[in-house]
Design a protein around this ligand. Structure first.
Ligand code: MG
Length: 161
């Protein structure tokens, strides 16, 4: 039996280093440390892209945007997401809902949660009630708890028409 629903999950972790901007879900978060990365290091969008590619059976972010390819150096994660959404919608997949968790010790994400959630909904053309964003710390345990890393985990559901 073939069902039209496909679940996907994605995970990403980046090292945090001083003097780099911190991008999360396409929003810049005020922080003394940011993601060390080839692109803008947006762990939330990278995990989202992997979840989307996983749900639709299209591989992973490294297949589509190899770090060895200079074309993708410093590319905005929003652009990567838009390209992946183009491919998944060509296959008639639509995202139904997203549940995301960011793991970060500091700064506290509370002041940014609403705007990141709104931005995710906008990027995915979803209504706000279908986009969930949670923020967790790591209770001081490394590497997230010692502010040496940031991570994100995303689960989403797609429907194929
Ligand atoms: Mg990444």
């Amino acid at each position: 039996m073939s069902v039209p629903y496909r679940i996907g999950q994605g995970y990403d972790l980046h090292r945090l280093v001083p003097g780099k901007p911190l991008w999360l879900g396409g929003i810049q978060v005020e922080s003394p440390r940011g993601s060390e990365a080839h692109s803008d290091g947006d762990v939330l969008l990278h995990a989202l892209i992997d979840a989307l590619l996983g749900a639709t059976g299209l591989g992973d972010i490294g297949d589509h945007f190899p770090p060895s390819d200079p074309q993708w150096k410093d590319v905005k994660s929003e652009v990567m997401l838009a390209l992946v959404l183009e491919k998944t919608s060509e296959l008639n997949f639509k995202v139904v809902n997203v549940d995301a968790t960011v793991f970060l010790e500091a700064p506290k994400l509370y002041p940014y949660k609403a705007s990141i959630r709104e931005k995710l909904a906008e990027l995915l053309s979803l209504s706000l009630d279908t986009v969930s964003l949670k923020a967790k710390t790591a209770e001081g345990f490394p590497p997230v708890g010692t502010s040496d890393a940031i991570a994100a985990s995303v689960t989403l559901l797609c429907v194929k028409s």
